[in-house]
Design a protein around this ligand. Sequence first.
Ligand SMILES: [Cu+2]
Length: 107
Amino acid sequence: MRVLMVLAVLLASAVAFAQTPVAAQPATAVAIDNFMFSPMTIEVERGTTITWVNKDDIPHVVASTTGKFKSRAIDTDGTFAFTFTEPGTYEYYCSIHPKMVGKIVVK
Ligand SMILES: [Cu+2]
């Protein structure tokens, strides 16, 4: 009887474990804070939408170095989102402050 109960508990925990996501999804938000993109480099799966949020009190722009995407000036607490459907490395910068750079790596 005791063995059966242990088995039942093991089985229940195995089921619970199976329902738990294998790994946490990588962050898909990039903060713009203090003239920096954070995280500066982010690696995501194909099809991921990245959302940039401007935490600075001045506007910033998110602009691909290849012209693939470009936001308008993002005001404080404003956002810009882009969905990456193809694998590759996407470098971007702020066209107002070109020293601000970041990178999206899509697997
Ligand atoms: Cu900027």
